[in-house]
Design a protein around this ligand. Sequence first.
Ligand code: IFM
Length: 751
Amino acid sequence: MTAIGEHVRTDTGWEVVDTAPIPERAITVGSNFMVGNGYLGYRGTRPDQRAVDYVACVVSDTYDMADGVWRELCTVPNALYVGIRLDGEPLTIDLNQPAEVEYTLATAEITQRWRATTSAGESASVSVRRFASLDDLHMVMQQVTVIPDRDGPIIDFDHTIDTDVWSLNGTHLVEIEQHSDAVRAITGEEAIEIWVARRDVIEMSAASATIVSAMSVASSNDELNGVTPEACVRDAAATAVALGYRQALSASAEHWTQFWVRSDVQIGDDDAAQAALRFSLLQNRIATPAHTDRLPIGARGLSCQAYQGAAFWDQEMFNLPAFLHTEPDIARSILAYRWRTLDGARRKARRLGYEGAYFAWISGTTGDELCPDFFFTDVLTGRPIRNHFNVWQMHVSPDIAHAVWRYWEATHDLDFLADYGAEIVFEVARFLRSFVKYNEVRERYENIRLLGPDEWHENVDNNAYTNRLTQLALDHALTIDELLATQRPTDRGDLHARLAVTAADLAAWRRIRDGIYIPEPDADTHLIEAFDGFFDLEDVPPSVVRSRLLDPSEYWGWPNGVAVHTQVSKQPDVIQLLAVDHTHRLDVQRANYDYYEPRCAKGSSLSHSVHAMVATRLAALDPTYLAQAARDFFDTATIDLLATQHAAVGGTFIGGIHTAATAGAYNVAVYGFGGVAIENGTVRLDPALPDNWSSLRFHLAVWGQQLDVSIDGREVTATAPTTNTAPVSIAAAALPAPAGSSKRRRASSTR
Ligand code: IFM
């Protein structure tokens, strides 16, 4: 048994157990122990709980506005509600007795155990098992078993469909009709028809009673091959109960077995890190609508409605890299989603006076901007704050173009480039051309009035990250254009004609790529200025800034927050640049990491993995950075398990599963400690493991081939299955040999 945190442990690295599922931790436990499958997410609450306990089943593709501000995914009636009575008296949890909830990570099933009593003094043990099927995405199944402490009491169950569920920003379901074994509801704004069905099987024995329940959900937005949502849910629920809990679970578990073959990352001799990493991989997967290329990955997945169930830049810069070498088809779908939402991005660009595709800061099904003008509230005055995430945070467009390039590097999927990728990057290039300003005096292109990754500093000029990503995106557009010119000239011609891309456009993209201002490292200090004037801001540590708060839940950012006039950032900005752009010398990376890391308040869940990524590289200069990277790795992998982020800031609820952080755990393990990078048609493996990790093993899909990588101590081995059809070129850096040793790394270039 290994402790992960105060209330959280693992026994084998394949499960996570929380021993304090108490009311005070209801938000955390409900999110962490949610079950899901990318279509729906059902929170990890007890079957006898209701809206006040944050019971919710969040369903993808149900964006609807209830209150005139927040367009979000709907939560639907709860068909897994089970009230229990002994001898007619309600049996309720005894909060003075131990209780626990466990995630079995191999099969994505949760188990809850608690002790319960009635007002008449009867007592019983209750256990619950639950999973969301990966075999039938419309299905969640649950088994509740009650074992009374003495023989004799009559057990009965209340198993209705409960319409009293948690909905963050108001009531979406305006018409609710009860049918036999099902509920039909219509959403208020979009008139989406949602059906929820329920079927139960009850088994009584002399000493216990069990109720197995199937809940199924479908909406009129789903692709159901001509079947109505009603028929879909009735059929799914009936099939599930006919199969029974065990068989339905094993049908779903087969998909999970496949997932783990491709995605598991095995850490030697650190069970806490291992379990937290597997938990993170599972959460990243269940947040992802892998069944379609029409839907985004929500920043909080399907764990609740926070951040509107919609995509941010997190999707391409954090979630997607975690699929590139495990499930490249999912990475492809994520980008195809951006292609399908290009019209929304074009509308946003036009509305704000630009050309091309200005991707939404918060993007749902259409790609139109979902981010409200007033995102946070000044908790001191109650006045709304005008945040400009929706109009100034333009790095999302070049981020997406860069992700297209990374996908190409990892897969060499030319069809994707011709069908989707090129159009995305051309439209981004067009947007960037219309956004940049030429500074006649300084004779350079600049990005003026924007928000970089650090969201607390709005309205800045020449953010180093954004300018470099602008340059990279334009370079990708030009390179992809050349690629198509040689390998797909007809597709290129068609695309140029359809988008009206001219030689003058290409020349302009080249001119801006070559002429955009890239803040360079200072010759003496090696520091890169985060944006114009950053070094003139007050230089105080986050602790001092925090001490100036008048209220702990105050928003720190623009226009009047405590961080605005200081160098304290919400999240990595220059370090984010270093994480993405590998071209900086290591001494430059170190100088900037050393400067900016202590000035980052880690107010965003995106922070830890980015810091860790750069710290793993710095280990080549000084091995003590590895310890720092290991701490940040653990922090990103346990951000939800140990609930280290605020659930609400500036009056806005932002709790739930932090999907970018969960994907970040994979990214640090594989790209950071594993040292995986694709460079000029070669897979580089330059690992550096934390002291207490004896080994690291993972699978890599690259250019349609497969590799199993194993790092044992100082030895790196890559093995290719015989089914591979082409050789994969691999390079591993020679390690400086430890004192007294002559052993060096071994790399196999393999077929
Ligand atoms: O995209 C992030 C942003 O960088 C920081 N605030 C939260 C968003 C969603 O995770």
